[in-house]
Design a protein around this ligand. Sequence first.
Ligand code: SF4
Ligand code: SF4
Length: 60
Amino acid sequence: MEKPKAKVDESKCLGCSGCVAICPEEAIDFYDKAFVIRERCISCYLCINYCPAGAISEED
Ligand code: SF4
Ligand code: SF4
C-alpha cells in the first residue's frame, strides 16, 4: 500500500516557508501558508520532521 502523503494544517502553520526549501521534490508550495502538491509528494516525511510548528502530518 502507498504511504500516506503529507498534509499541512493551515491553522498551525506559522508561515516560515522552511518546508518549501527542505522538500526534495518541490512538492510544497507557499501562499500565505504552506500546502502540499499531492501529485509530487513521495512521502519522505522530511517536512513532517522539520516543521517547527508541528503543522505537517500524514494524511488520514
Ligand atoms: S515548516 Fe511548518 S510552519 Fe513553516 S511554512 Fe512549513 S508548515 Fe508552515
Ligand atoms: S513528505 Fe517529503 S516529498 Fe512529501 S511534501 Fe514532505 S518533504 Fe516533500
